[in-house]
Design a binder for this molecule. Sequence first.
Ligand code: PLP
Length: 370
Amino acid sequence: MLPYLTEKFGNPSSRQHAFGQEAQAAVEEARAQLARLIGAEPGDIVFTSGATESDNLAVRGAARAAAARGRHLVTTALEHPAVLEPARTIEREGFEVTVVGVGPDGIVATDEVARALRPDTVLVSVMAANNEVGTVQPIAEIGRLCGERGILFHTDAVQAVGRMPVRVDEWGTDLVSISAHKMYGPKGVGALYVRRSRRPRVRLQPQAEGGGQEKGLRSGTLNVPGIVGLGEAARLATEALAGGEPARIAALRDRLLAGLRRRLDGVEVNGSMEHRLPGNLHLSIARAEAETLILSLGGRIAISSGAACAEAGGKGSHVLRALGLSDERIYTALRFGLGRFNDAAEIDAAVEALAPAVEAARQRAAAAPR
Ligand SMILES: *Cc1c(COP(=O)(O)O)cnc(C)c1O
């Protein structure tokens, strides 16, 4: 990214001179790198400011463009607010929205989605993997269902891209949201895959209108350093996936769970363990309130009691509620995220730090007056 922040200032839309052409070439290389990671045609990638924008463009843009054909949208209780909020917005514009629920395994059942479809359904939006409990959804199955009925299918694949194989072509997806900073890239840049290379082309109403960049789907001068960073992150992720990184991370995750269970009773995993991102562990530890526990660790372990966006909003987790977890399970819930830079020594150190902190939290809770 550095040359594009310090020396190469061309605007990729200025194609008459070498500076612009150089920037354009860098953007096109990044587009190809990202396309390769997800099994897409480069021309189907639209760069955005991040997945929040991608989700908004997909949900609002696809719904509004299809409004003449039908006004029904199907989504799920697990979705990120960047999908749920635009769904609420189009509801106020006269759409009906069906929100499919999940069971305690945190998996959306394909037949529940099938039951929710109506003749006027124009869009289905189901995330590929959840950002809190890490559960992986049957996207290819839902894609097939939507394809058979000619209904557009959007997936928020932010958590899946770079962490597990993503093949937008085989999944039957029409719209796929991606964020750079969830795959070791820079913040404030992302992409939306929009299937336009195969007919019928996906039609979207653009949210940002103006200079016509990104085939008119997302006007605005491109964030060249950010896009270059996203491309490089995609290249590295392609390598990591081929090199067996998911299995290495899953083994660390399993070591963490085994270590905690060896030292503590009352450790319950939330959501399916089988259909889960390799780097996600979401647990409730009985009688140890999560906020207190995290505070008592003094920032030594970077874990959270929920999603960063739920924390910012100050509301409890709608995802944990959707799983039907008890209040006790919810306020003792911890999310661990493991990644490329973790090793076994860190996992063991985390277990060593957590076990006594849990015991101390339990003793304090037991001693506290009711
Ligand atoms: C982080 C996240 C987003 C938002 O992405 P930004 O690039 O931060 O706007 C959307 N969906 C999911 C599932 C996420 O985890």
